[in-house]
Ligand binder design. Structure first.
Ligand SMILES: [Zn+2]
Length: 689
């Protein structure tokens, strides 16, 4: 259940291999007070000054310090339930707290300022033996052992001040002490560091208001460099790694240096004095202000440096530098995905960039209609559909905006937004205002249609006829979409006798008959050939992918084979499906999406009995194969066929990451081949003139 009061989600990773911590209860995030957004200007409403002692072996935190609350009307002090707190307010002890499901709450009197002295301590949980990726998406308790301490913001491990349902932004000075051999880190600039026989003590300060922050600790080997940053400043970059991945440090430092230079040039100076990559015993992928907390196993993956790492670095600007206004829609994941994950594809070339746009559109086509929601309602990734919308649809919105404004105006708008909103809560409206100022255009209608509608344009190329007027050639094109209509500049490719050309035509009604003058007779016309519009792909454009079945709540599971195979099939179904499966052996109603898992021979005879297509010829070899197909009755089908129970169990960890594929072949749990069925943009042959 949700702690009372609930918490903000936090910026984090966005790839198939790393996972968000959402300091978020279920998928519930309650409204940000409008007044709070205004109050989040540079002078923070709360100042924290704490001395912490963390003993990872004893799994114990003890701490003392003060809180100054500048505006306390209606504010309350909140702390996690496992901690004992003694507090003195204006010379008097605090009364007993109200204890809710997950937190202790003290209502503060209307004093301005209030000065509170506090002492608190509590026992921490042991880290889970093997936290699965999905478990790290949920709420994590404050935990520690000598291999790593992680006190997530959402565990309310220190007393913080809330106004209504939202935490008040706070500046801080935090001194933290850990035993010899350990290091500990919170957000903020490093003011001092000391290591002696008694242990390691560091002091971190953050002058501007920040959100709830985490504490991480571990037996880290530190490697660092001081680099030149924007404006002649020095910036420290460091790895805090467990000893067994120490050899990875140089590669990560090189990569971080490149990312920092890229984003400082593009957006503006990095907001801090250091950036660290900190390893975690858990399979985490979190972006915190000034550092990223990545699982040891994640850091070992060779592609993290060129994918997730840049995403996490960029969150220091979007998410941890400007804070999203969650009540009106979290824009930070979409913008970070666009300027990191997608931008790296553009670096690789237009073909890679187009493939990513198509993959996003395929994912969007796989979201069941009832699960779609407008971008103004996105808070944080909590299930498959929320990631597809909050990350990928939002990234497409930024992509389309850059197409409209041009790269120069788009990037000037970003710099303006960063200058104006750093260390403040900002929403989509603030982004729009920055781009309006740079472009001198009214972007309100454009943003409104992309942010407030749950559906996507369903564009259809309905007809194309040649027009001949004397020596002149033209083409008449019929476009259709749903009502109410989107206003769209639709990209078209036209092949003529004299070569092909690209253009855009505007549609602002459910049906439009549009005219295009051409240098020669038209032969073929193709709608949005490069997938530059966020839109609902039609059937032939969106070949089936595994995810289509995996994220549908109506999906039925069919397990086939002997008892051990069926048991392994059920385990795999649990890992694959989001939400939880309705398992069933042997048969399933048609017309509903189905996930069929079993031994190869039994699956093949089942497909034949059901008059479904056999295993496609591309999907060959391996000890396990999975493929998606569209059945005639409209229900999607995902098939997993394996040699035996062991092959299914081996696929348990990796297969859930391949939902964007049409098919995957694995051997011993490792991917051998994978791919997508061909998709084709809508196109029409034009009759001869
Ligand atoms: Zn992210």
């Amino acid at each position: 259940m949700c702690p009372e009061p609930p918490l903000r989600p936090r910026a984090g990773a966005a790839t198939a291999t790393t996972w968000h911590a959402v300091a978020l209860c279920g998928a519930r995030v309650l409204p940000l007070l409008a007044a709070l957004a205004a109050a989040s200007a540079p002078a923070a409403p709360v100042a924290l000054d704490f001395d912490l002692h963390l003993d990872p072996a004893a799994r114990r935190l003890s701490a003392r310090g003060t809180l100054v609350v500048r505006a306390a009307a209606g504010a309350s002090l909140v702390l996690g339930r496992q901690f004992r707190l003694k507090g003195i307010l204006d010379g008097r002890p605090l009364a007993a707290p109200q204890v809710g499901q997950d937190g202790q709450v003290w209502t503060l009197p209307a004093c301005a300022p209030c000065r509170l002295s506090v002492e608190w301590s509590g026992d921490l949980a042991p880290p889970p033996d093997s936290a699965s990726q999905r478990e790290t998406l949920g709420e994590l308790p404050a935990m520690a052992d000598p291999q790593g301490g992680f006190l997530p913001a959402g565990s309310l491990w220190y007393p913080s001040v809330f106004a209504g349902k939202e935490v008040l932004l706070a500046s801080h000075r935090i001194s933290v002490r850990v035993p010899p051999g350990q290091r500990a880190l919170v957000a903020g600039d490093t003011r001092s560091e000391r290591e002696d026989a008694h242990g390691y003590t560091a002091t971190y300060e953050q002058d501007a208001g920040g959100e709830l922050f985490d504490l991480v600790a571990g037996p880290y080997k530190v490697r660092q460099r001081d680099i030149d940053a924007a404006g002649g400043r020095k910036l420290r970059i460091a790895t805090w790694f467990h000893a067994d991945i120490d050899e990875l440090s140089d590669g990560y430092l090189d990569a971080v240096q490149t990312y920092l230079a890229r984003y400082e040039a593009l957006i503006g100076p990095y907001p801090g004095d250091a950036f660290r990559i900190v390893s975690s015993p858990l399979p985490t992928g979190f972006g915190m202000p000034g550092y990223t907390y990545l699982g040891v196993r994640v850091l070992r993956l060779p592609f993290i440096k060129s994918t997730s790492l840049g995403h996490e670095v960029l969150h220091n600007w979007w998410g941890n530098g400007v804070y999203p206004d969650y009540a009106r829609g979290n824009w930070s994941e979409g913008l970070t995905t666009f300027m990191a994950d997608y931008a790296y594809k553009e670096d690789a070339g237009e073909e890679a960039a187009r493939a990513m746009r198509l993959a996003w559109l395929r994912d969007l086509a796989a979201v069941p209609a009832g699960d779609a929601f407008p971008l103004t309602q996105f808070t944080a990734r909590s299930h498959g559909a929320s990631q597809i919308i909050g990350y990928h649809k939002a990234a497409l919105v930024f992509f389309m905006l850059r197409d409209i404004l041009g790269r120069d105006v788009f990037e000037r708008g970003l710099r303006r937004f960063w200058q104006q909103k750093q260390h403040q809560v900002a929403g989509w409206d603030d982004l729009r205002a920055a781009w309006q100022q740079e472009s001198r255009r009214d972007l309100q209608p454009w943003f409104k249609q992309w942010l407030t509608r749950a559906d996507l344009p369903r564009l259809r190329l309905a007809g194309a006829r040649p027009l001949r007027e004397g020596a002149r050639h033209a083409l008449e094109i019929d476009l259709e979409q749903q009502a109410p209509a989107y206003v769209l500049d639709v990209p078209l490719a036209v092949t003529t006798a004299a070569g092909s050309l690209r253009t855009t035509l505007r549609i602002d009604a459910p049906r439009a008959r549009l005219r295009l003058d051409l240098p020669a007779a038209a032969q073929e016309v193709t709608l949005d050939p490069d997938f530059r519009l966020a839109r609902a792909l039609v059937r032939g454009e969106a070949p089936p992918i595994l995810r289509q079945v995996l994220i549908d709540a109506a999906t039925q599971v069919v397990t086939l084979g002997d008892a051990p195979t069926q048991a392994a099939a059920t385990r795999l179904a649990r890992a694959l499906l989001d939400p939880a499966p309705h398992a069933q052996a042997g048969a399933a109603a048609s017309g509903r999406p189905r996930l069929v898992i079993g031994s190869t021979t039994v699956v093949e005879s089942w497909l034949a009995t059901q008059k479904l297509p056999p295993r496609p010829t591309q999907v060959a070899g391996g000890d396990m194969a999975a493929w998606a197909l569209q059945t005639g009755d409209g229900g999607g089908l995902a098939v997993v066929a394996a040699r035996d129970a062991a092959a299914l169990d081996a696929a348990l960890r990796a297969l859930p990451h391949y939902g964007a594929q049409s098919w995957v072949v694995m051997e011993g749990g490792r991917v051998k081949t994978r791919g997508n069925w061909e998709g084709r943009p809508q196109s029409l042959r034009v009759p001869a003139e």
